[in-house]
Structures are given as C-alpha cells and as structure tokens.
Design a protein around this ligand. Structure first.
Ligand SMILES: [Zn+2]
Length: 484
C-alpha cells in the first residue's frame, strides 16, 4: 500500500500537481435474506481499488482504478491530471485547502464479535427463527408476507497525501431488519418493520443479538394484522405529536442533516432535493428550533454509522455543534469550503462511498441531544395528541423546508394514555416552525444511535451510511392526517 501511494504522490508532484491524495479501499459486504420461511439470499461481495485526487492548474481532478499494477497507477494518475486541467478551463478561482493536514494514524471501529467469523448457518437460523415467529401470528382472515435481512460490512482503507498524511482505517458494520406485511381480502396492505427499516451500526455481531429480532417478531406481525382493522389517523390542523426515537432520527436526517451540508448551501450540489434554506447569513443568526433543541454533527460517538477516525480528506473526526439552545451555529464543511468562507479548519465530513467515487460533504452522526423525559412520562404528560412510530414515507422540498412524513402506525393519546391504534398516519410542517414547537425531548435512557444506511447524494450517485442519535420528542401545533 505504501509503495502504491508513494508512487502516485511522487509522480503527481513531478507532473505539476500542487496537491494529490490517494485512497486505497478494500470493501467486503455480506448480505443474507430470508422470505416467507425460505432462504432468499446469501451473498458476499468484495471490491478493491484506489482513487486519486489531484489539484493541477488550480482545479480538482479525480480518477480511479480497480487494479494496482504500475501501468494502471500511471494511467489513472494521468487521467486525474487531465481531468483537473480540463476543469481548470472553467474555474472561477483556484482551489485553496488552507493549512496542511499531515495527519498520521490508525483507526479501528470497536466490536466484540467479528461478524465475518459467525457462521452463515447461525445467521440464517436467526433469520428463519424470527421469520417463523412472525408467521406463527397468521390468521385465516389475512395474508402475511414476512422477510428478514442481515448485512455485514468490512472496509479497510489507506489514505495518503502529498502533505504527508498517512492513515489506515478498518470499519466494521452490522445491520438487520425484519418485516411483516399483512394483506386483507379487500387488498389493503399494512407493513411493520423492526427495528426500523434497516438499523445498522459500526459494531459487530453483538449489535444484531441485542436487537432481539426473534423476541420482537410476534409483536411485529400482530401489529401489521391489527393495522388492517385500525381507524385511520384523524385530520387535525393543529395537534400535539410525539415522535418515536427512530422517527426523530429521520426527521433530523432530512430537516437538519441535509440542509447543513455546505456544498448544498452554496448550490454546488443540487441533486436529490439539493440546496438549503440555511443560507450563509443565518449562521449564528437564526432560531432553528426551541431553546431545548441541541444538535451536533459528531463523528466520534461509539457505534454510529457516521463514526470514523479520519474523513476522506485525512481530517480527524470531530464533534461540531450545529444547533445550540435552538440557534443555528454550524455547517458541515470540507477543507476547500472552510478555507474559502474563513470558517477555520474543516470539521471533517468528506466521505466517499468507495474507491471509485469522489468524497463529498456527507452527514456523520447528526444527533439530537437528549432532554429530560422518559417516553412513558412524555405520554403521561400529554392530554391530547398522537404518537407516531417508525417511518414509512418521506417527502421534503429542495430547500428542506416543507415536509410530509408518514409512519407505519400511530397511537391516539387521551388523558396521558395510549388509547387507539391509528393507521396510515401522516404529519406535515415547515422545518423551523416544527422545531420551534418542540417542547420535550426524551432522556439518555431513550437515546439510540440509529443507522440510516441508504443516504443518497451526488452524480454519479453515492449511497452513504449515516447515524443519528435520537430519543422520542414532543412537538406542539402539528398538522396531521391520513394517507387516503
Ligand atoms: Zn439522506
């Protein structure tokens, strides 16, 4: 690895690059799936290669290659330089990276059980058992489809730069999901997933065991069946809403995580509902939420899917305040934009999906810091409201202002108690108004670092894994209705 990176960096400088970095990545992904009591998938894929970024004539160039003999290295570097020189023809200013980042280090994500050492049969048996526990709940009145999935990832990457950085990282991820889908004779379909879509962390197989898939399976199937005959969520212009922790995670992801990506703010990135309402004049000067709302971008928390030692520019992982006491105080930055806007050192959020993609500003772990309530107390303290649980659908505009989210189920709350199961619930709002209406946040005992493994951004598209520490939270004056 050292040979390859030294060769790229030396040649880049000899051929006129003012900066170069090389990222060598070896990624293994194992996926296992069952469906309706049968094994659906057992797959292990490996991907190896390297990507080279250069600055030449004041502009970026990038190229990548899946092989690493010397002829390929030379040709790949040549393509990166050609791309940079072509980009330079339309540049508006020279790229400046600020002070050098000559970091050296090794990072390994912590795990107790290496998921690649657990046998395939143990993993499949776990899924089959959860699947059969779901199917046990089947009734004569409804059809039940069940499925389960496990995923394990090991990524080894080496980063070296012409500034002297040399960093080795190994990140292991484990993820799981089970789902029950009930259909009645009239064709109505209701779905429940657990823990929520696919939950994933940078941990080992112990993470999967802790989720207790088998123990939760019967409840999940029962809830899917109960939803078929549940009342629809009522239409109310302004009610009190409590969101489950996993729905708060999704709310944070869409209405805080994406709009604080500085490349979106500067309109350099507009794919997948890009740009942002959090424009530059709002930094330190905008009430994003109520005074109890505190949000961080934190790549240092244990287990988060956005946790690492160094980003893909070799900048150390950091904890950054995004919203403090309700005020908007921070973006996610990279070296180039932090320098251009005089925001100090990059806060280390550049991430690439793999060796063949350029790093972009991506969410790390965007967290809503815990408040003072247990979920039980939060419900007991609510006279009239609706509890929304587990995301089903989301929609948000380009600037990340107007949104509409649906969950798999909801519970009516009357007099401090859950009274009635509600189906097809949807709530809608405008980001700052919604967060300003937040009057209670769950405490540390309710706080989970949820994993969102399918965040899309960029062209060509990159799917990155992000994390969100969140607990349940209450919001006042929210419009709700049900999907027709
Ligand atoms: Zn996303």
């Amino acid at each position: 690895m050292k040979d390859l990176s030294a060769r790229v960096l030396n040649m880049a400088q000899m051929r006129g690059a003012s900066y170069a970095d090389v990222r060598v990545v070896n990624r293994t992904i194992q996926t296992l799936g069952v469906r309706d009591g049968r094994v659906q998938e057992m797959l292990q894929q490996e991907s190896q290669g390297f990507g080279v970024r250069v600055i030449a004539d004041g502009a970026w160039g990038f190229a990548s290659c899946s092989r690493d003999d010397y002829a390929d290295v030379d040709a790949t570097l040549q393509r990166a330089l050609q791309n940079a020189r072509a980009s330079a023809l339309t540049k508006t200013r020279d790229v400046q990276l600020g002070p050098p980042e000559a970091n050296k280090g090794v990072f390994r994500s912590a795990y107790k059980m290496d998921p690649f050492m657990v046998s395939m049969s143990d993993k499949i048996n776990l899924l089959l058992k959860a699947d059969s526990e779901m199917r046990r709940m089947k009734t004569s009145k409804a059809h039940l489809l069940t499925r389960g999935e496990l995923i394990f990832v090991r990524e080894e990457k080496t980063f070296a730069s012409s500034e002297g950085a040399y960093i080795q990282q190994e990140i292991v991820e484990s993820g799981c999901e089970i789902q029950a889908q009930a259909t009645d004779e009239a064709g109505e379909v209701q779905t429940r997933t657990y823990p929520w879509g696919r939950h994933q962390q940078t941990r080992g197989f112990e993470f999967v065991l802790e989720q207790q898939l088998v123990e939760n399976a019967p409840r999940l199937a029962q809830e899917a069946l109960m939803l078929l005959t549940a009342d629809a969520c009522p239409a109310l212009d302004a009610t009190t809403v409590i969101l489950s922790g996993n729905q708060v995670a999704l709310q944070v992801h869409e209405s805080c995580g994406h709009p604080i990506e500085l490349d979106r703010v500067l309109k350099q990135e507009a794919s997948f509902a890009g740009t942002s309402f959090l424009t530059l004049e709002k930094l330190n000067n905008f009430q994003y939420g109520s005074e109890i709302v505190n949000l961080t971008a934190d790549a240092t928390i244990p287990g988060g899917l956005g946790t690492f030692g160094f980003d893909d520019e070799g900048v150390p992982a950091q904890r950054v305040e995004v919203v403090r006491d309700g005020r908007f105080v921070g973006y996610m930055t990279n070296r180039e934009l932090a320098t251009a806007l005089k925001l100090g050192r990059s806060n280390g959020t550049m991430r690439a999906e793999s060796w063949n993609r350029l790093p972009l500003i991506r969410m790390t772990n965007i967290n809503l810091l815990p408040g003072a309530w247990t979920l039980e107390n939060l419900i007991a303290d609510t006279d009239d409201g609706i509890y929304f649980d587990t995301n089903r659908s989301w929609s948000i505009d380009d600037k990340r202002l107007n949104f509409q989210f649906g969950t798999e189920l909801a519970w009516e709350i009357k007099g401090g108690k859950k009274t009635r199961l509600l189906k097809n619930p949807i709530y809608t709002g405008v980001t700052p108004n919604f967060w300003r209406g937040c009057d209670a946040i769950g405490d540390a005992s309710e706080w989970v670092v949820w994993g969102t493994p399918r965040c899309g951004k960029g062209q060509p598209a990159q799917t990155i894994r992000t994390g969100h520490g969140a607990s349940p939270a209450r919001f006042r004056n929210v419009k709700v209705f049900s999907k027709s």
